[in-house]
Design a protein around this ligand. Structure first.
Ligand SMILES: CC(C)(COP(=O)(O)OP(=O)(O)OC[C@H]1O[C@@H](n2cnc3c(N)ncnc32)[C@H](O)[C@@H]1OP(=O)(O)O)[C@@H](O)C(=O)NCCC(=O)NCCS
Length: 315
């Protein structure tokens, strides 16, 4: 398969670090050096599904394709207003597609997992055109009085259209159950029979454990996918990493011993928009003309679970 179209959408509301300092015991002086985030786009009156549909339409336009030509839609999403139906079915209706749909929840690594699922369908000869949409609103998961978490996140939607080709060279996935490091719990509807105590807990994070996992997992996934293709990091032109913390990005860069120019970022004014980070960054790089034909691009992401992955492709 190959990537033939990209699109992305951000909410219009921009929240700066100084705006957060108006109601939180925090400051730009604390947030920026430790995370690389200056501002983030936060959902206000938008609906996530509308942003997802718009991102999908942009990717289809970019690929010169109509929704009726799609054979499969995969949506990566952690939370949205609906528990059911799945968001991919809502996107399907919004763009006017008729193909089967699937939602996945692989936290911030969702785009890489979606690529892997798509690749299996291509290898099985079951699809020609696939749409992946990552749509996330992590700002609705955090406690906005918790300065340790809410300052990190922003919202957004990113989409890609895949078509037949051989540009995706390899994908490496890994999972390591560590469910107490990054999680959110919500209550379900009560029944007359529930006797256990249930709690509604906003996003909880052991930041330093997540940091260490992220550096180790992404470094290892990238090394593995490069090795499987008989190349080294020196042969790669661009490394697109999950935009969780600039210090995580720099630590992975140090491990790979590569120059900063190879690592495009948008964390400074986007923050971490979970699985949407990768396709949004991909779309922005593509529209800026950063990728040249034949460039080798590696992407990697990590998230709650823990799950992580890397994908290598040739532009
Ligand atoms: C979250 C993160 C930036 C915190 O940085 P850290 O250096 O580990 O900081 P700590 O959590 O140890 O906190 C240090 C101090 O800063 C304080 N602090 C935390 N957030 C703060 C904020 N926004 N503003 C001001 N002070 C803050 C803490 O309360 C703590 O104070 P204390 O020592 O008085 O208790 C960092 O751990 C990180 O980025 N981890 C990875 C997170 C991630 O990537 N999550 C998403 C994965 S998909």
């Amino acid at each position: 398969m190959k990537i033939s179209g990209t699109g992305s959408v951000l909410p219009k509301k921009v929240v700066t670090n100084d705006m957060l300092a108006e109601f939180l015991d925090t400051s730009d002086e604390w947030i920026y050096p430790r995370t690389g985030v200056k501002s983030r786009h936060v959902i206000s009156d938008e609906k996530l599904e509308d942003m997802a549909i718009e991102a999908a339409k942009k990717a289809l336009d970019d690929a010169g394709m109509t929704a009726s030509e799609l054979d499969f839609i995969i949506c990566s999403n952690v939370v949205n207003e609906y528990i059911t139906p799945q968001l991919s079915c809502i996107i399907q209706g919004g763009i006017g597609a008729t193909c089967p749909c699937l939602d996945i929840n692989c936290a911030c690594a969702g785009f890489i997992y979606a690529l892997d699922i798509a690749e299996s369908h291509y290898k099985a000869g079951r699809v020609k055109n696939v749409l992946i949409v990552c749509a996330e609103e992590p700002t609705r998961m955090t406690d906005w009085s918790d300065r340790r978490t809410c300052v990190l996140f922003g919202d957004g939607a990113g989409a890609v259209v895949l078509t037949p080709g051989d540009n995706i060279k390899g994908i490496s996935l890994s999972s390591a159950s560590a469910t107490d490091k990054l999680y959110q719990i919500r209550t379900l509807q009560p029944t007359p029979y529930i006797t256990k105590e249930e709690v509604d807990i906003p996003l909880q994070m052991k930041g330093q454990d997540v940091f260490k996992f992220a550096v180790k997992a992404s470094s290892s996934d990238i090394t593995k996918v490069l090795k499987e293709n008989g190349i080294t990091a020196d042969d790669v032109d661009h490394v697109l990493l999950h935009q969780a913390n600039i210090r995580i990005i720099n630590a992975i860069r140090d491990y790979l011993e590569q120059p900063a120019e190879k690592f495009p970022t948008n964390i400074e004014d986007h923050g971490n928009s979970s699985s949407s980070c990768c396709p949004i960054l991909l779309d922005e790089c593509r529209r800026k003309g950063i990728f040249k034909k034949g460039d080798k691009v590696v992407m990697s992401a990590f998230g709650a679970g823990f799950v992580s992955g890397a994908a290598l492709f040739e532009w």
